[in-house]
Design a protein around this ligand. Sequence first.
Ligand code: F6R
Length: 617
Amino acid sequence: MCGIIAYIGKHRAAPIIVEGLKRLEYRGYDSAGLAAQQNGRLVVIKKAGRVDRLAQEEAEHPLSATSGIGHTRWATHGAVTDANAHPHLSSDGKFALIHNGVIENYAQMKTFLLGKGFTFKSETDTEVLCNLIAYHYAKEDAAAGPSVRFLESVRKTLRHVEGTYGIAALCVEAPNEIVAARKASPLILGVGEAEYLIASDASALVGRTQNVVYLKDGEIVHLTPKAFTITTLDQADVSPVMDRITWSVADAELGTYEHFMEKEIFEQPLALENSMRGRFSEDGSTAQFGGLNLTAGDFAQVDRFMFCACGSAWHACLVAEHLIERFARLPVEVDYASEFRYRNSPLGRSTLFFVMSQSGETIDTLAALREAKRKGYRVLAINNSVGSTIARESDGGIFQHVGPEIGVASTKAFTSQLMIGAMVALYVARMRDMSFADGVQYVNALKGAPDLVRRVLAQAPHIRDIARRYAASSDFLFLGRLSLFPIALEGALKLKEISYIHAEGYPAAEMKHGPIALISEKCPSVVLAPKGELFNKIVSSIQELKARKGPIIAVTTEGSEIPAGLADAVISIPDCHEAVLPIVAAIPVQLLSYYIAVERGCDVDKPRNLAKSVTVE
Ligand code: F6R
């Protein structure tokens, strides 16, 4: 949710922090701020609104410090105001703090601190944490020196915290030092040339270093310009494990595109190739995965799959459910991660548990993973972020390898999740009833998917024209059946999140049981109507909508005949294998939503109230 960056080194910190915040802005964009030491005191510049406003302010009042902290906010506690923006100062002005997460017991702490004479300028839990650090600092033995007192006061504060945090702090008495820590909110240490950075996300680091240490829950890092140490809340030393970020600055930049969402939609053929690379058996009849950490024998014991995820990833799980049940003939259950964690659902001993998460940091998905592990299940993760908490805590899994997804609305990560779900279905099916010949056909179909996606992308100008015709609508229905029902859900989600149009996804035939009441000439329906055994039934649904004057945008297979006059606009998709169909059908709904949002003048990459990666419950 919020983005965090801290810098310590030999360069002026503020421009580096601002640059990092611009890259992190997709994590939260309600307000932005930075803090650094200037003339013996901590100076904070913070503003409600976008990072550009902060950049302007800093340019007018430049800070010379070579260390500092910065934050871009997605509001949890308190409205979007300058006062609630981070960093927060302790009431004695000795500490500045940035924070991503939620401190659940902040109210008790605040009452305690008010009783001790501390004052508050904001409604945030972060300011409470900052004052608690100041409280503990004052109680530390002065003879220990400011450096030790700083570190220990943060450590003591965090021992009292219930909730989640990724934090970075400055202390006026330890001028060239930073202390940072995490629990359930991501934090990465970047190790550069005579400089260190802390960030909530690798995208803020790639411009300066590829060398990173992924911090773990309960770890505290203490930075000076020359060295860093990592310890735990219990004061145990931690030996850092160095990793490398494999993608580059260009991956996190717009290039010639207008929006990241547009860039990522058009990157999908390549993203799909990357998700498949090296993952087919030599005989070309099945999938293979390096990181499952399960033997074929382990898989043979599995009699049920459980998938948990949120949002678009949950839709991808629904498609996986369809394909696994259809091709591998194994029962699959899909649950919202946020529900699963509280539902106490009976799983059965031979259930294999999967979580799906692009970011690998979604708190509900992480909690579902932990709940399943606590119950003794092995959990596999389908995930796009090497080093993320979910990647680390799962027992194995499959990385998506699609590079950073910056647009808040998921596109390339979603179709890559569809691809990996299709490969898992194949893998399990080939262990069971699927023949060699059917396996080869399936593999060839998956390998052909990027080209089919290219063909749909080539229709972008046509889809843009359709978007222009319907952009003024205030309601939309998205309808599909079988594996395209989740794509209808995804189309509705995409449209509502970036264009603020009310949209609902439904199984096409279910529409008669309520949603049809919405239909009028003002409520278009996007109907996913591929050729196949249910084609005529979907055409009947279209007839029913048309009889109520509902405009129809039909997405149908090239050569399929939607009766003349029934559809007001037609988008053709190539004929393809059932496992590839959801991927190919996802492209028109993504493009339609994107162009409608652009037409309505919406901020596509930073839709209101949203943030990439939901790290609070
Ligand atoms: C919608 C979207 C979200 C995410 C959801 C899960 O476009 O992006 O619904 O799919 O927040 O995120 P991850 O996959 O990071 O767990």
